[in-house]
Design a protein around this ligand. Structure first.
Ligand SMILES: CC(C)(COP(=O)(O)OP(=O)(O)OC[C@H]1O[C@@H](n2cnc3c(N)ncnc32)[C@H](O)[C@@H]1OP(=O)(O)O)[C@@H](O)C(=O)NCCC(=O)NCCS
Length: 220
């Protein structure tokens, strides 16, 4: 059994803890979830869903044998996960890959360290998912999609085949992305949008068909 730490104690962190518990129900003894790490000292000693918030992020250095997954970030600050990973400066082998047991991962798919797939995610075939990627429930990624590091894909998103989500891109809940299109680095696609052409880097696009709403503000 491997000790596991979850960085963050917000909604995505608690969802990841639930996925870890589901893994342990199907494969008992896979993870020994030690708790959440959060730099807000007022949270230390409290619990979320029965899982304790044990201390600050720097505790990863006190527990060198524990695996960790960084579960930080939201649509208002989707750069935060990369900032925390850069700050921790841990080797890739310290990072856990968490795949909910109800997720479906087809042949030829690759999933990087630090990445989380929540319930009922489907990767059909030959999908590549990078490091520190967050994939929420019921996302469908189809053949030959390429998901770069630090991407966030909110619940219910569907990507056509051969779509590329560049580093740090955020795709909001329920969005649809046409086959072979690209969402640029650190761009955000609003919830429910229908993306029919390439989204340049650093832009927020919304609507059906999706169009530019504004630029992404620096670091959030
Ligand atoms: C795209 C988004 C970031 C825009 O947020 P914002 O910059 O605060 O924009 P506002 O809410 O001020 O809206 C600005 C305009 O865009 C429109 N708009 C905002 N989001 C939209 C969306 N998803 N689709 C279509 N139009 C949208 C608003 O109606 C408004 O139009 P108006 O100026 O004609 O009234 C946000 O609406 C969004 O979709 N976030 C993703 C949420 C998500 O997926 N969460 C799931 C994980 S928690």
């Amino acid at each position: 059994m491997t000790d596991l730490l979850i960085a963050g104690a917000g909604g995505f962190a608690r969802e990841t803890a639930s996925a870890v518990q589901a893994i342990n129900r199907v494969s008992p003894g896979t993870w020994n979830l030690q708790g959440f790490l959060d730099d807000d000292s007022s949270l230390h000693g409290t619990e979320r869903g029965g899982v304790p918030i044990i201390g600050p992020l720097s505790m990863v250095d006190d527990m060198p044998d524990a695996a960790i997954v960084v579960c930080i970030g939201n649509p208002r600050n989707f750069h935060a996960r990369q900032m925390v990973v850069e700050r921790l400066r841990l080797p890739a082998e310290r990072y856990a890959t968490i795949v909910h047991p109800s997720a479906s991962v087809g042949s030829g798919c690759l999933i990087g360290p630090g990445t989380v797939l929540l319930a009922q995610v489907a990767l059909t075939a030959d999908v590549t998912v990078g490091q520190h990627v967050a994939i929420m429930p019921q996302v469908v990624l189809t053949h030959d999609d390429e998901i770069a590091d630090y991407v966030t894909i909110a619940s219910g998103v569907r990507l056509g085949g051969g779509v590329r989500l560049a580093r740090g891109a955020y795709v909001g809940a329920g969005a649809l992305v046409r086959e072979s299109t690209v969402v640029g680095e650190w761009s955000l696609v609003g919830m429910g949008s229908v993306v029919l052409r390439d989204v340049p880097p650093g832009e927020v696009w919304v609507g059906n068909p999706a169009r530019q709403l504004r630029l992404v503000q620096a670091r959030g």
